[in-house]
Design a protein around this ligand. Structure first.
Ligand SMILES: [Fe+2]
Length: 523
């Protein structure tokens, strides 16, 4: 139980006498790096839990709890190059009195002194609280929740999904409000960090140039994680996270970067970015990167009510057609070999949907699946070819599959575009009489910009996209979802401002999907 993350990197060479940290709490077997000694004193240059705590990927019997020791978070973390034993405990109460699981894990320099504990042996469908300790320093207490027992009757699930939190563009007031919601879970759909250098015009700025090295990516994640509202949202609920492009580089596809980097240089950059992502997220060891590769797509089930298919549409995708951007489609946009997911993930998704016993089958992914013609006039359509509109054959395969195999209530949740949308997913978007095979809810950003000049043209183009039931580009926020066996409700929760830390929150619009009837209706 106490053998946690990074065992691949670690060897069991540690002697108990090396620990000076409350030996009574240490529970037998402990692991140490073969390359580094264990910390001989527990004095730090600052508070080691400056990045807060988090939990994620809940199972019926367990959850991952996370922290990272970083007394100097904005410049390398500030930890000595030694292994540091970190104690953890999980309790039934918020005062950490009724402890049900505890252990010690080593924070190692190889993983930037991050800690991922895959706590098991918990009971399904209940709240737990957790805390870390190193020396005399204790972390904030986090709250988390296990998933309902496999295929058990589950009456309700409340979750919110979020994406796109450009630090420079605004404050995380949306997270302050999200942390106060009644939720079981948060799903993050990508653009957790942005890779850019400092840009003026927003209320705060990145503190370093465009990020390339492992240290760069670590420091950028740490900068974001210092935000108290983001920390509060992590401490309140378990999260399921996936990435989009900005965790590495704008609009990258597989090993093709945005700018002129060699493939070898970009391979190294992607490895750096993926490693720093793992180090800062509450992920299982199955998502530990292997060089430039990381297995991030995965499936999480909540009783018989909902199953989340969490996709990775960046790591395996083919290059964007027609040189990217917003434009009429070139022939490559219809290439049958073009892929968002890669064929392995595509097969995995189909198989999972086919075998699912859940009422709601969620596809949690990055860019808009529905077609959207941004041209408001008749004639040649204009499409965002970084979205599934640039991968038409791959989309058609998925939509045809939904039509033929009819998995129960497919609902796609999407980020990336920094604006709010609701789409009915049509088998053929050019034929309004074609069957609706699913529903897509696209959430706005936490802070990232949707240029105001795009709002009116996007709005005007609704006339050419009758399957699109809602669009808003003015507001930032998150989408709160309430699921029961009978209906799915999505509330578009938006903040009044991203430059005012005291901004209020309201529901901009609310849409419902009824069980067995694909497509959304205004509530
Ligand atoms: Fe974004």
């Amino acid at each position: 139980m106490e053998l946690m993350d990074g065992t691949r990197l670690l060897a069991n060479r540690c002697k108990r006498r090396n620990f000076l940290l409350g030996a009574g709490f240490l529970t037998g077997l402990t692991i140490a790096s073969q390359w580094h000694p264990v910390l001989a004193s527990s004095r730090f240059s600052g508070y080691p839990f400056s990045l807060g705590v988090a939990s994620g990927d809940p199972l019926p019997d367990g959850v991952v709890i996370w922290t990272r020791l970083a007394p100097n978070p904005l410049s390398g973390g500030g930890m000595p190059l030694v292994n540091v034993p970190v104690r953890w405990q999980v309790a039934l109460d918020e005062n950490m009195k009724r402890v049900v699981r505890r252990g010690t894990v080593l924070a190692t320099p190889e993983l930037a002194h991050s800690v991922h504990v895959d706590v098991r042996g918990l009971n399904p469908d209940r709240w737990y609280w957790y805390q870390f300790q190193v020396g005399k320093e204790v972390s904030p207490i986090g709250r988390t929740r296990t998933a309902p027992a496999s295929y058990s009757y589950t009456q309700q699930l409340n979750f919110a999904f979020v994406s796109c939190q450009d630090w420079q563009n605004g404050y995380y007031t949306a997270y302050r409000h999200l942390a106060e919601e009644n939720l079981d879970l948060v799903v993050h759909l990508g653009d957790y960090i942005y890779e850019y250098g400092p840009q003026s015009g927003g209320p705060r700025q990145h503190n370093s140039p465009e990020i390339i090295t492992l240290k760069d990516y670590r420091d950028r994640h740490a900068l974001y994680k210092t935000d108290p509202n983001l920390q509060a949202a992590h401490a309140a609920f378990p999260w399921i996270v996936t990435w989009d492009d900005h965790e590495v580089d704008n609009n990258y596809a597989n090993l093709i970067p945005e700018d002129n980097q060699t493939q070898e240089a970009f391979r190294k950059r992607r490895a750096n970015a993926y490693q720093a992502y793992y180090e800062h997220m509450p992920l299982r060891q199955s998502s530990l990167p292997k060089g430039p590769d990381t297995l991030l797509y995965r499936r999480l089930t909540f009783g018989n009510l909902a199953e989340f298919n969490v996709l990775d549409t960046r790591q395996y995708r083919t290059n964007q057609p027609c040189d990217d951007g917003l434009k009429p489609r070139c022939p490559q946009a219809f290439d049958t070999n073009a892929t968002m997911t890669g064929s392995e993930q595509e097969q995995w998704l189909r198989k999972g949907l086919d075998q699912s016993r859940s009422r709601w089958n969620v596809i949690a992914q990055q860019t808009m699946l529905a077609e959207y013609n941004f041209n408001s006039s008749p004639g040649v359509g204009v499409f965002n070819v970084d979205q599934w509109d640039g991968y038409v054959a791959a989309r058609n395969r998925l939509l045809s599959f939904l039509n033929q195999r009819q998995p129960s209530n497919p609902v796609v949740i999407t980020g990336d575009i920094h604006s709010s949308w609701v789409h009915n997913l049509k088998l053929d978007f050019n034929n309004p009489n074609s069957p609706t095979v699913g529903t897509e809810f696209v959430g706005t950003s936490i802070t990232s910009d949707f240029p105001t000049s795009f709002i009116a043209p996007s709005q005007a183009a609704l006339i050419n996209n009758p399957h699109t039931k809602f669009f808003d580009g003015a507001y930032r926020g998150y989408v709160r979802c309430n699921l029961t066996p009978k209906r799915w409700q999505s509330d578009y929760r938006v903040v009044s401002s991203i430059v005012d830390m005291n901004a209020s929150v309201k529901t901009l619009a609310s849409f419902v999907v009824q069980n067995g009837q694909p497509g959304a209706h205004l509530n």
